[in-house]
Design a binder for this molecule. Structure first.
Ligand code: SME
Length: 155
């Protein structure tokens, strides 16, 4: 299956998870696993959620992959914090070239972060790390924005 068809299938599956059984945390976890298990190069897939008690800080939500030390990230810090601050997607081809980057693992070489919105306010992010350089393209961005919209109903 080519990547575009795979993306379409995964969007349908994520929508099915969203409408299916289980609580929201279970469903977000299942979406992380769906992406990590089906897309080569998606080596860590997780959600960061805007803290309900501090809207300038992200807290780690459901994820699939190795545990990370970065459980709380202030807006502005690292790639995730910059994406939260600017409300823009960040695609980083080579994380070693970044000054404002929080390393989760020495194996990570590239990263994409997609902000997630509800009623035009940022409520969280989808963060993917890859062990390959330049793993993410505009097509990944378009795909992940659709996944982000599905996830928004679960945050
Ligand atoms: N690399 C991220 C931190 C989160 S971990 O990758 C899971 C950053 O620079 O914000």
């Amino acid at each position: 299956m080519n990547r575009q068809n795979l993306f379409k299938m995964l969007i349908d599956k994520a929508a099915g998870i969203s409408k299916g059984d289980g609580d929201n945390e279970f469903k977000l976890n299942a979406i992380c696993g769906l992406l990590k298990n089906n897309l080569p190069g998606y080596d860590w897939v997780g959600f960061y959620l805007v803290d309900k008690n501090n809207d300038r800080e992200l807290v780690l939500g459901p994820y699939a992959g190795d545990p990370t030390d970065h459980v709380r990230i202030p807006f502005g810090r690292g790639i995730c914090g910059q994406a939260a601050e600017t409300e823009e997607t960040f695609i980083i081809d080579d994380v070693t070239a970044e000054n404002n980057y929080l390393a989760c693992s020495i194996n990570v070489k590239s990263e994409i972060v997609i902000p997630i919105f509800r009623n035009n306010r940022i409520i969280g992010e989808l963060d993917i790390d890859s062990h390959k350089k330049s793993a993410f393209t505009d097509q990944d961005e378009q795909f992940l924005k659709k996944i982000g919209k599905i996830a928004a109903d679960l945050i």
